[in-house]
Design a protein around this ligand. Structure first.
Ligand code: IVH
Length: 688
């Protein structure tokens, strides 16, 4: 086929792109595109060059392993080139089978010949390193660079605790160990957390890292070893370079696995997942098993590696261009991909939490097609500065919700608006608020908000609230999805026929539900208040509120200041209660529930009730004959007393029960009045 101008043009374009991205990746440690995207461009070029060999030039990116080293590091020529491995990107088992078939063919083995022994390893997602030891001392650490010439990073590498600086006596005079520097996932999270803190404090030139590999690469190639030392680097050995021959005191070994065990005995970390696998089926099994473990491993891997175990066979197989014929990388589906943001929507969760979500052009990542990715919250969305139309890197690892990792700034086509969180709930239109010190906005619509409906009903019906027996999750799901109920009052308007129309609802059970609803109508103010699901209002606060105000209307109309007078109600809680009852929909729900016949006993506001113990401090100790500690505390507080945990000169009374200890001694020492349960009751009746 004649080389058309079009092919030449594409080849040129691909080379330019690949040079650019290789530089970003290998030299600047700031890739703009995910590996999978790079691999795709690389394969396209390889394909074109294979079909048109006349276009092949020595300078083509396909002819080099990495990129030129960074200016500023001493260059190191590797004694034995650091090669790269051929990648089988197939997701299926065929990757292992075609490798095995190729090896057998190249070795000229008959079909009947016994299976080949391999070593199956993890493909760590970090940075390759060559460690050179002379007479048992680490003398040099170098990156791979372009495979021939790397960079000397010994100072930085010395800071990695897992890398031995000295070797045992039986180590050979010359030993080069090869392996991967990486950052564990938990260490990575901590590191980024620290980076965010630095940025928040206004530190210049700091950034968060896109993934552990970039963070590791950045640390290794950090010109200031002081900074490298602060980065939590780890290391795994998986191979070697120059090693003294046995006659020069080197180890005599015949397999790859034997050598790895030897390296381990000399103090190098070798992954315990590394194993011998015989024949293609054991490779397939390894690939599958590791695939399942991938997400729970403490570090990132992007595939597995198969290596022919026998060194003699490795030698026989040799190399093709820069890749050994005896090893292959079998990758898993990429967990990062590139796509574009079509819009940014806000999703309202069951608890009213608002989450910005990027709607994406569909992309296959982590084994599934992804169309949405979370931006977590407003701060995250702004920090990453994700805008509509942007090209972004999306990540999906395992069952984790896909997230936007970063924007590719170079690909921003037009200046879209910076994302801002809406101040109104997109589902119900209620006010959305972000409390101080919290990252999330929440809808204040509560009972009214469609997104929160199921949760709100279940909360209302639970035993500790309205105690509506039989109103469980499945039933509520059905009722909400079938639009049988929209708001809480609808519950009390349910008829037998509506209930019976639901799936698997026999008349008998429907009648039971109606009876339970009827029974729940007679309740208490604390139960009702708790059931409304006001944020921060748990059972205890509901009781405090009921006790303090006595009546629901007083609570609904209370200002923040008045709410703050309630014991144990602080500014956040007061604000939340106030906001809730300010929403007309929430007030309407209360009105309608009352109209449906919900009743409870209302009381005197505590402020007007007599407070015989106002201003008094009481300490409880030991076990009282009939009252529990909580009951006694509740009664004392209702009477206006402050219940303290320790006895001091300021204590007015100590109420002591059986087995009272040091508090009683202290009371006697200080001359504080000591009461028993009878005395306490007298005190509460106003007979101090
Ligand atoms: S062996 C001759 N084994 O993958 C074979 N490489 O292109 C040389 N890698 O950057 C490599 N885990 O850093 C080998 N278990 C493993 C590996 C591994 C990760 C990296 C290596 C290199 C790339 C191979």
């Amino acid at each position: 086929m004649a080389v058309t101008a079009k092919v030449q043009e594409r080849v040129d374009a691909l080379r330019e792109l690949l040079h650019h991205h290789a530089h970003r990746y290998y030299v600047l440690d700031e890739p703009e595109i995910p590996d999978a995207e790079y691999d795709k461009l690389f394969r396209e070029l390889q394909d074109l060059e294979a079909r048109h060999p006349e276009l092949l030039t020595p300078g083509s990116p396909t002819q080099r392993v990495g990129a030129k080293p960074l200016e500023g590091f001493t260059k190191v020529r590797h004694k034995v080139p650091m090669l790269s491995i051929r990648t089988e990107t197939d997701i299926e088992a065929s990757g292992a089978r075609s490798f095995d078939a190729r090896v057998r063919r190249e070795l000229g083995l008959a079909e009947s010949a016994p299976p080949i022994e391999y070593v199956a390893e993890l493909k760590f997602d970090g940075l390759a390193l060559n460690l050179r030891y002379e007479n048992g001392v680490l003398v040099q650490a170098a990156t791979r660079g372009d495979g021939e010439i790397g960079e000397e990073v010994t100072q930085n590498i010395r800071t990695i605790g897992q890398i031995p600086l000295r070797l045992p006596k039986d180590a050979p005079p010359v030993l080069e160990v090869r392996g991967e520097v990486y950052i564990r996932r938990d260490d990575f999270e901590k590191l980024n957390e620290q980076q965010r803190e630095k940025i928040a404090k206004g530190a210049k030139g700091e950034k968060t890292f896109v993934n552990p590999r970039n963070a590791a690469a950045g640390a290794v190639r950090q010109l200031d070893p002081g900074i490298a030392r602060q980065r939590p680097l780890s290391f795994f050995a998986y191979g070697w370079g120059e090693v003294s021959a046995p006659e020069q005191g080197g180890p005599a070994f015949t397999t790859h696995f034997e050598m790895l065990l030897t390296l381990r005995s000399w103090g190098f970390p070798v992954s315990t997942r590394t194993q011998v696998a015989t024949g293609s089926e054991e490779l397939v099994a390894f690939h599958q098993a590791v695939g399942k473990e991938r997400d729970s491993l403490p570090f990132d891997i992007d595939g597995v590696v198969y290596k022919v175990n026998s060194l003699a066979l490795q030698k026989q197989l040799g190399f093709v261009s820069r890749e050994p014929r005896w090893a292959v990388a079998h990758k898993y589906p990429a967990q990062e991909q590139i796509t574009t943001v079509e819009s940014i929507d806000v999703y309202v969760g069951r608890t009213g939490k608002l989450t910005p979500v990027a709607r994406l052009a569909p992309v296959f990542v982590g084994g599934v097609t992804v169309t949405n990715a979370t931006l977590h919250n407003e701060d995250e969305a702004r920090r990453k500065d994700v805008r509509v139309g942007d090209t972004v890197i999306v990540r999906r690892a395992g069952d984790v919700i896909p997230e936007v990792v970063a924007v590719v700034p170079e690909k921003r086509v037009h200046e879209a608006q910076l994302f801002t969180m809406p101040r109104k709930c997109p589902v119900c239109g209620s006010e959305a608020v972000r409390e101080e010190g919290e990252a999330d906005y929440r809808c204040t619509g509560g009972l009214f908000c469609g997104a929160q409906r199921k949760q709100a009903i279940l909360h209302f019906a639970q035993r500790r609230a309205m105690d509506i027996e039989g109103l469980g999750e499945k039933l509520v799901d059905q009722m909400v999805e079938g639009n049988v109920i929209k708001t809480l009052p609808d519950l009390y308007r349910l008829g037998l026929s509506a209930l019976c129309s639901l799936d698997r609802m026999a008349e008998k059970s429907a009648q039971n539900v109606l009876a339970a609803l009827e029974k729940s109508k007679h309740t208490t103010l604390p139960r009702f208040l708790f059931g409304l699901g006001i944020r921060h209002v748990g059972e205890a606060t509901a009781k405090d509120l009921a006790r303090h105000f006595g009546q629901l209307d007083a609570i609904m109309d209370a200002s923040v200041e008045r709410l703050l007078e309630v014991p144990d109600v602080g500014p956040v809680v007061a604000e939340s209660i106030h906001k809730f009852f300010q929403q007309p929909h929430n007030r309407e729900v209360v009105v309608q529930l009352r109209a449906c016949g919900l009743t409870w006993e209302e009381g005197e506001p505590a402020a007007r009730a007599p407070k015989p113990l106002a201003g008094k401090t009481v300490v409880l100790t030991g076990t009282l004959p009939t009252l529990s500690r909580d009951e006694a505390k509740d009664m004392l507080e209702a009477a206006g007393a402050k219940v303290a945990g320790s006895v001091s000169k300021k204590t007015d009374y100590v109420v002591a029960g059986a087995e009272a200890g040091s508090k009683l001694d202290k009371a006697r020492e200080l001359g504080v009045a000591v009461l028993d349960e009878e005395g306490l009751k007298g005190l509460l009746d106003g007979g101090a």
